[in-house]
Design a protein. Structure first.
Length: 401
C-alpha cells in the first residue's frame, strides 16, 4: 500500500481526473485576482481564458502547486467550491487539514515597459516561481507532437512573433532581435522585483522550434539572448539559465550554447520508445531516428553530467519502458523528468491520462532511480505543477508494505 500526504493526494486526484469549479469559486477567483490562463503555449481543452491556471495546496507546512487541468469525461473530476469564505473540495475524502488557494496573478503582470508594451509580452510565470522567457509563439516542427496544442494558442501571433513566419523568413526575426532583447531585459528587471521571486526564480528560456533546417540558427538566437540577460538573472535564478529547445545540428553549436552562459540544456524526448515516438512525436523523429538521443549524449560533454535534461509525458509509454529509458539516461548523466499527460486545446492525443495508482507507482519507482544515481528533481514543488517528482523526493508519497 502506498500513502500520500493529504496535499499530494489532492494533487494526484486533480492530475488524474481533472478539476471543475463552481460559479461561486470562479467569482471568488476573479475577486482575489487569480492568475488565469496565459494562453501562450497551452490552454486546457475547453477552458475559457478566465479559467484559473493553478491552485496552491498546503498541508502541514508543505506547499505544492497543481495545474487546473481539464476535467476528463470518463473520470470523476475534483469539484472545487467556495463557501463560508474558503475554497473547499466537495467530492473527495482524506483531505482533512488541507488548505487550497488560487495562485494569484503576480503584480508584474500589470506593469508596462517604457515602449508601452506589457511586461507579459516578454516574460510570464508558470506555477508560483518560474520565470518563463518565450521569444516566439508556436512551433514550426513539420508535424506537431500529439499532446501539444502550441499552434492553436499561437494563432493570433504577429509575423515576427511566430515560429512559422520566422522560419519562412529568418530576416523577420533578425530585424526585430535588438528591440526584442532590450525589451526583454527591461521586462526581466521589473518581473524579478516581484514578491513571487523573493525566495528564488527558476529562469527558463523556452519556445516551440524553428523549422528543422534552422535549428543551428535557433541555438545562435538562444545564445545571444542568454549572453544579454545573464547579468539580469544571476542574483535570483536558482539553477542558472535553463534552455528548453530542440538540439542544434552541429556540436559547435552545443559549445556556443555553453559559452553563452546557459547552465542547463533540455532536449525533451517526450516518449521512451521508437513505437511511441512514431505515434506521438513524429516531427522530432523525422529529423533522424536518433537525433535527440545523440545530441543529448553529446551535450553531456559540454554541460557536464546532471546539466543535460530530458522530459517525458507520463501516460504515453508503458511505465516499465519509460523507467528503463530513464535508467539508461541517468546512467549517462542525463536527468529525465515527467509531466503527467493532460488534455490541451489543439492536441490530438487520445485520452491516455494515467490513473492515480499509475502516477503513484511510477513516481515512487522513478524517485528510487533518481536517488540511486544521486540526482534531484527539477525546480521545486511550487513550480512543477503537472509532476510529482518533487513530492516523491520529499517523501510526500510513502511506500508501505
Ligand atoms: S516540439 Fe512538439 S512539444 Fe515542442 S512545441 Fe513543438 S509540437 Fe509542441
Amino acid at each position: 500500500m502506498n500513502i500520500s500526504h493529504n496535499e499530494t493526494y489532492l494533487k494526484i486526484e486533480i492530475l488524474s481526473n481533472g478539476v471543475v469549479f463552481s460559479d461561486s469559486a470562479l467569482r471568488y477567483a476573479l475577486q482575489v485576482g487569480a492568475k488565469v490562463q496565459n494562453n501562450i503555449y497551452n490552454r486546457p481543452k475547453g477552458a475559457s481564458l478566465l479559467r484559473p491556471q493553478e491552485l496552491l495546496i498546503e498541508y502541514g507546512g508543505y506547499e505544492t502547486v497543481v495545474s487546473c487541468i481539464s476535467p476528463l469525461s470518463s473520470r470523476d473530476p475534483v469539484e472545487i467550491d467556495y463557501q463560508n469564505h474558503r475554497l473547499y473540495v466537495k467530492n473527495r475524502l482524506l483531505i482533512d487539514g488541507v488548505s487550497i488557494s488560487f495562485v494569484l496573478e503576480p503584480d508584474y503582470y500589470k506593469r508596462i515597459l517604457s515602449t508601452g508594451e506589457k511586461v507579459t509580452k516578454y516574460v510570464s510565470s508558470c506555477g508560483y516561481d518560474e520565470l518563463n522567457i518565450i521569444p516566439w509563439k508556436g512551433c514550426a516542427i513539420n508535424q506537431t507532437c500529439s499532446f501539444c496544442g502550441v499552434n492553436t494558442v499561437a494563432r493570433t501571433a504577429n509575423a515576427y512573433d511566430d515560429a512559422r513566419s520566422i522560419s519562412n523568413d529568418i530576416q523577420l526575426w533578425l530585424n526585430h532581435e535588438g528591440y526584442y532583447i532590450s525589451s526583454l531585459k527591461e521586462a526581466i528587471s521589473i518581473a524579478l522585483q516581484d514578491e513571487v521571486f523573493n525566495h528564488h526564480a527558476h529562469v527558463i528560456l523556452i519556445s516551440g522550434n524553428l523549422s528543422d533546417e534552422l535549428l543551428n540558427v535557433q541555438s545562435e538566437i538562444y545564445s545571444r539572448i542568454s549572453s544579454a540577460i545573464l547579468p539580469d538573472i544571476s542574483n535570483k535564478s536558482s539553477e542558472g539559465l535553463i534552455a528548453v529547445m530542440a538540439p542544434p545540428h552541429d556540436e559547435a553549436h552545443l559549445a556556443l550554447l555553453k559559452q553563452s552562459g546557459i547552465k542547463i540544456v533540455v532536449f525533451n524526448l517526450e516518449t521512451a520508445t521508437l513505437a511511441t515516438n512514431q505515434v506521438h512525436t513524429p516531427g522530432k523523429l523525422s529529423i533522424h531516428k536518433d537525433y535527440y538521443h545523440d545530441r543529448l549524449l553529446s551535450a553531456v560533454s559540454y554541460f557536464g553530467k546532471g546539466n543535460v535534461w530530458s522530459n517525458f509525458v507520463l501516460g504515453l509509454d508503458p511505465l516499465n519502458d519509460l523507467l528503463e529509458t530513464c535508467d539508461r539516461l541517468l546512467s549517462m548523466g542525463i536527468v529525465p523528468s515527467t509531466n503527467i499527460l493532460h488534455m490541451d486545446e489543439g492536441s490530438y492525443v487520445a485520452q491516455l491520462v494515467p490513473t492515480a495508482d499509475m502516477i503513484i507507482n511510477f513516481s515512487l519507482s522513478f524517485n528510487h532511480l533518481l536517488k540511486q544515481y544521486g540526482y534531484k528533481p527539477y525546480y521545486c514543488s511550487k513550480a512543477l505543477r503537472t509532476s510529482l517528482t518533487n513530492e516523491a523526493y520529499e517523501n510526500r508519497i510513502v511506500f508501505c508494505d
